[in-house]
Design a protein around this ligand. Structure first.
Ligand code: SAM
Length: 288
């Protein structure tokens, strides 16, 4: 008898990624999605939303380094940062390592994700009680609409979202990015989870097209994500003033005295060198 338990994340009907599971730590269903935390054999604890892998302890640093430190080292003085989604806490954790950040507002729609991570994945969630983090349980779409109406401004906005299904669907919409543009300071930057360049071409095209309609500087950068389908993943970078490579000052990274396991000056520059197939497909929208 085979009593081994494996979790498989399927991409459509032709690709699967399997991880061996030692035990289930949490299993719940919120009004938005199913939320599971499992202990895997090779990747530590893992969060899944609707059966899709969000983070694993072993490689979460790659995603969180790249979604956070790229915009925070391009912007010369990010003081007020907004994170949309990111319920595991890993992005907010990295944001507040930057000493010039005075406040990190995080708007996550699903309290169950936050609570499950607080209880079972302290590696990502342990900083969520930091006094510089203002955690709001609510819809990021509504939040930016209201912030726009109130005239609130952020220097950097990070959209750390799930795929565009369910509550995350409007996060891949025109109106949302118009509100984001309005909520960014005159030299603001927005970085967003940009899907797989290889398998999710349509979603990536749509997102880059939308940000291109709104922002004067639009780019995309790639990184290795071991536990997402295909292993190659993207973030979009849209900005009012600063170019992600030409305005990047390597010296600021050393001067910060922060240490990283993935991010460094070379990775920053190199991640914007995208493969030819992706550049050809996106060239009509990229403004870099
Ligand atoms: N690293 C992850 C990935 O790309 O798979 C994303 C991590 S984080 C867990 C994504 C979070 O976005 C989820 O917890 C989800 O609840 C949240 N989310 C989805 N739609 C949202 C919305 N409209 N407003 C705020 N948060 C949202």
């Amino acid at each position: 008898m085979n009593s081994e338990l494996w979790i498989e994340e399927k991409l459509e009907d032709f690709l699967g990624l399997r991880l061996k599971v030692e035990k289930t730590l949490f299993s719940g269903k919120s009004e938005f999605q199913s939320v599971d935390v499992v202990e895997t054999k090779g990747h530590g604890k893992m969060l899944l939303n609707d059966g899709l892998i969000m983070v694993t302890e072993r490689d979460e640093f790659v995603y969180h380094d790249m979604i956070t430190h790229v915009p925070l080292f391009v912007h010369p003085n990010p003081k007020n940062v907004l994170v949309i989604g990111g319920g595991d806490g890993g992005t907010a954790r990295e944001v507040i390592r930057h000493t010039n950040v005075e406040k990190c507002t995080m708007v996550e729609i699903d309290e169950m994700v936050v609570n499950a991570c607080k209880e079972f994945i302290p590696q990502t969630s342990s900083q969520l009680n930091d006094e510089r983090i203002d955690l709001i349980i609510g819809d990021g779409v509504e939040f930016v609409k209201q912030s726009r109406a109130k005239g609130t401004k952020f220097d950097v906005i990070i959209v750390d979202s799930t795929d565009p299904i369910g509550p995350a669907q409007p996060l891949f919409g025109h109106e949302f990015y118009e509100d984001i543009y309005a909520c960014l300071s005159d030299d603001g930057i927005v970085v967003s989870q940009g899907e797989s360049p290889f398998y999710q071409e349509e979603m990536q095209n749509k997102l880059v097209n939308i940000v291109s309609d709104t922002f004067p500087i639009v780019s995309i950068y790639n990184f290795s994500n071991l536990t997402y389908p295909g292993g190659l993943w993207s973030f979009t970078f849209a900005s009012k003033k600063y170019h992600p490579v030409k305005d990047f000052d390597d010296a600021r990274v050393a001067a910060s005295e922060l240490e990283f396991e993935y991010y460094n000056e070379g990775i920053h520059r190199g991640s914007f060198a995208i493969p030819t197939f992706q550049r050809k497909r996106l060239s009509k929208w990229l403004k870099d």
